[in-house]
Design a protein around this ligand. Structure first.
Ligand SMILES: Nc1nc2c(ncn2[C@@H]2O[C@H](COP(=O)(O)OP(=O)(O)OP(=O)(O)O)[C@@H](O)[C@H]2O)c(=O)[nH]1
Ligand SMILES: [Mg+2]
Length: 317
């Protein structure tokens, strides 16, 4: 395991899938891995890409990869929850769309579909981002399907958040309703070859006008990934946002907020885990359940008594 960590820090790509799997499976060595990698993180430019199912997020990522690879940047891609019922079998679609990069050593692509895992999806994703960052990837792209709270959580991992919309109908309106509007640093209207792209562009700009003045006005970029159009403009928008973040000290604010979030998450994770582990080892919950059921005890006092009895140790796990 020590060797695996060394290999990762030296940039050996074979270490990546193994380390991420260990973290994803909550291996007992998870703590050791994260602890060792953390000092080497904080260098990658982390970009979150979210949007409605089938909007063309993976296609966009794939085209972007061509651009940035030509510039010599190395990239890690995390595709979150591709097993989502909303995107129906997208894991295959994502694979096909990104397949062309499979033989490129400068690109590492990983799917994460750990719905219901301990600590949740956002934790597993964040940890995978740490691995790719410590490995030395210049860019880390995180693709999430924007259908609920999860993507809003995951973008807290990103320096720059891209919201991908498509022309027409309720699409953009829906996205705005879901609060996705609030998190976008860059808007992409993909499938601009379809009818209504300009209209959607206007709608988004109107929404942005209504939001009033802020230091950063999210640019709205039109793309047609199947014709490789607008990708340069998309990249330029990302770079521009990056410059904005660095120029205004916003990046440090974002990172501070992220550290706070991760710290809170770790506390919750560790406390919950340890408490239940110790309860299992030291206390017969069944007896307490019985006592409460018989009204000899109440859940409120029982909880306090229980927790007072337990001896904790947070040095492992
Ligand atoms: N007409 C048109 N179709 C596109 C464009 N970009 C992507 N598509 C198609 O849209 C479909 C979905 O593309 P994906 O890149 O898989 O979209 P996604 O957002 O990653 O999808 P999920 O991960 O399933 O949410 C595919 O059939 C693409 O060929 C575009 O610019 N124009
Ligand atoms: Mg996809």
């Amino acid at each position: 395991m020590q060797q695996l960590i060394e290999e990762c820090l030296q940039g050996n790509p074979y270490a990546l899938p193994r380390l991420i799997s260990l973290l994803e499976n909550k291996d007992p060595q998870r703590y050791e891995i994260l602890k060792r990698l953390y000092p080497h993180t904080g260098k990658a430019f982390v970009i979150g890409i979210t949007g409605t199912p089938g909007a063309g997020k993976s296609s966009l990522v794939s085209q972007l990869l061509h651009r940035v690879r030509r510039k010599g940047l190395t990239v890690g891609v995390i595709v979150v929850d591709p097993t989502s019922p909303f995107s129906g079998g997208a894991i295959l679609g994502d694979r096909i769309r990104m397949q062309e990069h499979a033989l490129d050593n400068g690109v590492y692509i990983r799917s994460m579909g750990t719905r219901g895992s301990l600590g949740g999806l956002s934790q597993a994703t964040r940890e995978a981002v740490h691995v790719l960052d410590a490995f030395g990837k210049d860019l880390v792209l995180v693709e999430t399907v924007g259908v609920g709270q999860s993507e809003v959580d995951i973008v807290k991992t990103a320096d720059t958040t891209v919201v991908v919309l498509t022309p027409g109908g309720g699409d953009s309106v829906q996205a705005i309703k879901a609060g996705v509007m609030e998190i976008a640093d860059v808007f992409v209207i993909n499938k601009a070859d379809l009818l209504g792209a300009e209209q959607t562009c206007t709608e988004v700009n109107t929404m942005l006008d209504m939001k009033g003045k802020s230091k950063w006005r999210p640019p709205v970029v039109l793309t047609v990934t199947i014709r490789d159009e607008g990708i340069d403009e998309f990249w330029d928008a990302l770079v521009e946002h990056r410059r904005f973040l660095e120029g205004t000290n916003r990046l440090m604010d974002i990172r501070r907020a992220r550290v706070r979030l991760e710290l809170e998450e770790q506390i919750k994770y560790l406390v919950t885990n340890q408490v239940f582990k110790k309860i299992k080892e030291q206390i017969s919950l069944e007896e307490v359940v019985e006592a409460i059921t018989q009204r000899q005890q109440n859940p409120y006092s029982a909880t306090r008594e229980l927790l007072n009895q337990i001896e904790f140790s947070f040095s492992e796990g």
